[in-house]
Write a protein that binds this ligand. Structure first.
Ligand code: FES
Ligand SMILES: [Fe+2]
Length: 421
């Protein structure tokens, strides 16, 4: 359990809050690259800040205060320029560093006053990587944006977004909670499908193990059928799960979280698979017919657990057991880093400063990254008829993945000698 004060400390992420300051030291994924290719300006809310994300006419990204510093109009309705974004109300323009580059009336009527040199707008750096746009809201110097090994591997990559109406920390604590699989993802779905019987009992967790490393905490489990995570799963610092796919829990504000799931589905054959665009979709979390949360898919089940804890879990009322060792480690690390940041300003865990290290960095991987598989079995040729992580895989995306798999499988078969031959 945490005290009310500790709980507030760890969960509040707005500007000027201690945890907000800590999380602002890390790059956060905020939107798909493909979305800005289609619609080049977007309103985003990140850690309680309302911002306008855009891709200008030269193809550069920027992230500015949503409100124009003139008379506060909404810049997500702005006009794109070769170097930045212009407000649609009176035409003031800003570059991605926050400089005001044009004030049409002031520049014309009073050019000598150079009023524009006196006005700046809040601006944050944005980088594109792995089909995602990442934002950094912290102080200079800007750290490296991690380049993980899986980004460079062959596979069909997809990104799924979801809006989760609760605080980010209860989502992040789930990144280090092995025992919930047995119940939330194994036992409960059996019950939902009417398949739970005395003989159909999921394997029990016997032992769990947690190990801190540079980029997070790795955890393993022993169940009574196998030690199926000999390589651990990773609570990737500060707010993601990694098991061959990434699930980021990005704080929108204190009571809302953006779920960003990045998948790499390995494909048959070794021929490089080139994607001009990494497709994405938004996963609905509520069944419009019943008004209840969708429970059919793994992350949807997680979401039910997280929102069920309340908008911000009241941790003063919880009772942690030995299954929660990882959760305790995670909180302790954040509390230590908060103290360090306040006292010395030193970098918290998992900040990368050395660009020479930042290429295809190794992460332990417990899963194969295969997600577009039929439940209950993987053949050499997988079919994406069930995407088991998130509800709502669009038909056209499923069709395209099936097409790619079928084409590559056919090519493989042509090249392989048949049994008779
Ligand atoms: S409010 Fe933006 S230019 Fe006037
Ligand atoms: Fe889960």
């Amino acid at each position: 359990m945490l005290s009310v004060e500790e709980n507030q400390l760890l969960t509040r992420v707005g500007p000027g809050t201690p945890m907000g300051n800590l999380l602002r030291r890390y790059w956060q994924p905020i939107a798909p690259v493909a979305e800005l290719d289609e619609t080049p300006i977007k309103q985003v809310r990140l850690m309680g800040e309302d911002l306008a994300l855009y891709k200008d006419l030269s193809g550069n990204y920027g992230l500015l205060d949503l409100h124009c510093p003139h008379r506060r109009a909404d810049l997500s309705y702005g006009i794109l320029e070769p170097d930045g974004l212009r407000c649609n109300y009176h035409g003031w323009a800003f570059d991605s560093r926050g400089n005001c580059t044009s004030m049409p009336f002031e520049d014309t009527a009073h050019p000598e006053a150079r009023f524009r040199d006196k006005v700046k707008i809040k601006a944050y750096p944005v980088q594109a990587k792995a089909g995602l746009l990442w934002a950094y809201l912290g102080p200079d110097p800007v750290p490296e944006l991690w380049d993980w090994d899986i980004y460079h591997e062959n596979g069909y990559k997809t990104i799924v977004f979801g809006h989760i109406p609760c605080n980010w920390l209860q989502c992040a604590e789930n990144d280090i909670d092995p025992v919930h699989f047995e119940w939330l993802h194994d036992t409960w779905p059996l019950q939902l499908r009417g398949e739970r019987t005395a003989d159909n009992v999921p394997p029990k967790h016997l032992k769990i193990n947690f190990k801190e490393f540079e980029w997070g905490i790795e955890y393993q489990r022993l169940r009574d059928n196998s030690d199926d995570w000999q390589v651990g799963r990773v609570a990737l610092w500060p707010n993601a799960l990694y098991t061959g796919h990434f699930e980021y829990r990005v704080p929108i504000d204190d009571e809302n979280t953006l779920s960003v799931c990045w998948n790499n589905d390995p494909l048959p054959g070794d021929a490089p698979f080139v994607q001009d665009r990494i497709p994405y979709f938004w996963s609905p979390i509520k069944d419009p017919k019943t008004g209840r949360w969708i429970s059919s898919h793994t992350v949807n089940q997680d979401i039910i657990a997280w929102v069920g804890q309340g908008a911000i879990s009241d941790r003063q009322n919880e009772h942690l057991g030995s299954s929660d060792e990882g959760v305790i480690m995670l909180r302790r690390q954040f509390l230590q880093d908060l103290k360090k940041l306040e006292e010395t300003g030193a970098d918290p865990k998992a900040i990368l400063r050395d660009p020479s290290r930042n290429h295809a960095m190794y992460l332990p991987r417990s899963g194969g990254g295969v997600r577009f598989n039929e439940r209950g079995g993987l053949g050499p040729v997988r079919r994406p008829s069930v995407y088991s992580l998130y509800y709502g895989l669009p038909d056209d995306l499923r069709d395209d993945i099936e097409r790619v798999i079928a084409e590559r499988s056919a090519k493989l078969e042509q090249n392989e000698p048949t049994a008779a031959g």
